[in-house]
Design a protein around this ligand. Structure first.
Ligand SMILES: [Mn+2]
Length: 369
């Protein structure tokens, strides 16, 4: 339980109050997920008292029904939230001197409001890094959500593959994937769904448009779904047509070899930089190094921009239950783009993927029969 771990840490380090207002951290400790926009949402943890969840009045019922370990306190838009908050905190009969705050998130304005209301308190401790490190290592609970998000991403690829036909546009394929997923209860994608035909895939961050699909083209899908607040992320490059050219086959096989080598190299103890190098060497040795123009992968959790970053120079040691993507690619402008990506976690002896869609240049037929 993240909440108990933090409270134990507070006791050890003699921290009286932890003030969290990053919605991701609030969700992590309370299970209450919300985007409060400009309003204040905060989880306040005490060394010696029950934690508080501070929410706008319109969210009070949702928060109460979700955050069982918290007392929920709310404020109306017409009230000064800081006055309400300060009153509730002072009622806790817990020491209020040493605060730990999110130095990477708390705005100066909010910091000043806290100082005004608690003039004798100190705000020196920084809880940000502690939470980042905790969130790196997923609990069983989190892993189970991510596995389910991965299954839906696999399903999305299947829908996408079965939608392909000559003349269909990239955006039509995106629309069909998201329509079918929503009908099955998937409310949210992890990021903007990407479907790119042929040379459009030569931009790793390409934007789907009205390009029509032709025979003997690659179709690059990069997508993910959210499940219970956790993301998945998968990429497949499918060959649509009769027979790939030698060039298409060569580049596809190269990217897949890099992907497979990296997947096989994961184990507790390898560094992020070493893992990146494993895949990069295969592509570079074949002469395409300069066309693999991004890091091998990124961390994954409540979003797709978490730690660890799987890139050259990152000496972070990968350990069990860290989650990330492995996604080598080759991009040649005006010609071709190929990427193969799976996401998963470090297990006791390797990499366990959340996504299981077939790979290989014949994957399209496996998804559509
Ligand atoms: Mn990714």
């Amino acid at each position: 339980m993240p909440l108990n771990s933090i409270i134990n840490l507070m006791k050890k380090q003699d921290i009286d109050i932890v003030f969290l207002n990053d919605p991701k951290n609030v969700f992590y400790v309370s299970s209450y997920k919300s985007d409060p926009h400009e309003r204040i949402l905060a989880a306040i943890l005490f060394k010696d008292a029950k934690p508080l969840l501070f929410v706008p009045a319109l969210e009070e019922n949702d928060a109460r029904n979700t955050a069982a370990d918290f007392d929920v306190v709310s404020y109306m838009d017409t009230q000064d939230p800081w006055t309400v908050l300060a009153t509730s905190i002072k009622e806790r009969h817990s020491p209020l001197s040493d605060w730990s705050i999110e130095k990477d998130f708390l705005t100066v304005e909010r910091m000043e409001a806290l100082q005004t209301n608690f003039p004798t308190a100190t705000f020196e401790h920084n809880i940000s890094e502690t939470l980042q490190k905790m969130r790196l290592i997923k609990t069983e609970h989190e892993l189970s959500f991510m596995k389910e998000a991965g299954q839906w991403a696999d399903e999305a690829l299947k829908i996408g593959a079965n939608t392909l036909r000559e003349g269909i546009t990239e955006l039509e394929v995106v629309a069909e994937i998201e329509y079918q997923l929503k009908k099955r209860g998937v409310a949210e994608m992890s990021f903007t769904t990407m479907v790119l035909f042929g040379e459009n895939a030569a931009s790793p961050h390409g934007v789907p448009g009205d390009t029509k699909l032709k025979l003997n083209q690659f179709v690059l899908f990069d997508l993910g779904t959210m499940h219970e607040g956790y993301a998945s992320d998968v990429t497949r490059t499918l060959f649509f047509g009769d027979k790939p050219s030698v060039h298409q086959q060569e580049l596809y096989d190269l990217v897949l070899a890099a992907h497979d080598a990296a997947m096989a190299a994961v184990r507790p103890g390898i560094t992020a930089g070493e893992l990146d190098a494993t895949a990069r060497k295969i592509i570079a040795d074949a002469g395409y190094g300069r066309y693999f123009n991004h890091r091998l992968g990124h961390g994954l959790g409540q979003g797709v921009h978490e730690y660890p970053s799987i890139m050259e120079g990152n000496e972070m040691v990968l350990t069990e239950s860290m989650c990330f993507s492995i996604e080598p690619g080759i991009y040649i402008e005006g010609d071709i783009g190929v990427r193969v990506e799976d996401c998963g976690f470090v297990s006791a002896d390797g990499f366990e993927s959340f996504t299981h869609t077939p790979t290989g240049i014949d994957a399209y037929s496996k998804l559509t029969n």
